[in-house]
Unconditional design. Sequence first.
Length: 423
Amino acid sequence: MPAALGGAPVFVQTANNQEKLDQWQQITEAEAEMAYQMTLRNELSGGTPTVRQFEALWRERFGCKFAITVINGTSALHSAMFGLGIGPGDEVIVPSYTWICSISPALMLMARPVFCEIDPETLMIDPEDARRRITDRTKAIVAVHLWGNVCNMDALIELSRETGVPILEDCAHAHGATYKDQPCGSIGQVGTWSLQGSKPVSGGEGGVVATNDVAIFERACLIGQVNRVAGLDLITDKYKHLQPLGLGIKFRAHPLGIGIATIQLEKLDQLNKNRRTYIQSVEDSLVNIPGVRPIGKYDGAQPAGFYGFSIHYEAQDLGGLPKEKFIDALQKEGLAAKSNPYPLLHQLSLFADGFDLFTEDRGPLCTPEMGGDYQGYRTGDFPVTESVVTQLIFLPVFSQPTKDAAAQVVAAIRKVSAYADRL
């Protein structure tokens, strides 16, 4: 039987042909022309007209009163956390299954991460486990819309109302996602996005902070918008006495990157439509294939961005076949499948063992041996998360797939499943 994507005999290594299945060109002449014209206009620094136009478009698109660009998604999270008043001695709850930048800015603010479990079906933060970890020092909960899927925002907003703990939405993977028709990033107290090179809306590097809370917004401007603050971004007079330098921290985005992102934003709806149609077609076809099933979604959730395309693997349905062998067979079929690419944060040495962050036994991760009270983490602390992430398979994401791309991907999966007893 020929390889589904490569035309070679079954389970013989073939070249990866998946690039033939995607016709999307991320960067086109339009982005190059934008950068060229901006350069001629000397729009090379600060809050230029193009930057301000992009921020206005972002506010309108994502339903927030206030939005400002920054140098990357990490600085967006840093600005948002500072906007929320996170500081020394505070705690920030975040799922262990996310990229490190969802929580690393808290360390720079002298706050401590408190990890929590995920929902094993959706891979999103488990609101009830987050509830159990709230203390009188909890300053925020980070709701990460991981891989473009959407958190249970009803449960999280109710938790916020009950406890007074604000929700920070990390939308780095989920540009254009919605929950019950409301844009993700506008549901919690503050939202952040990344415009890094591989993101659905890219500026090469860049980020956005958006909120409907003027107090959060002005603090976010204060920490990172040197020389943009002077009568331009602040809404009230609260920090007027600190203009124009704010706190002297510069997180300003590069205008050329924002110009490129402006063109990318125009393409977002088509990008999401293409990716959604392809992914939905693959997921619908998994129903009758033993050993695999789609990631769950909450009622009212409309994933978008689709930074990654994961599925559940169920070895018990295939005689206990290890996931690694299943993935290896998919790769031999020409399909660039892979295992989970993100480490669990609580298993990283930084968080598991602690770290003297600011030297001389100072910082939020100092253990008793370092003169602090940080207890660290160990494998087994989050059994649900630890189990589910070992049984994920990531399939390629196509932004402009050929007509038969989904069918070919499904054919490879179906074939490997059918031949599992030979592996």
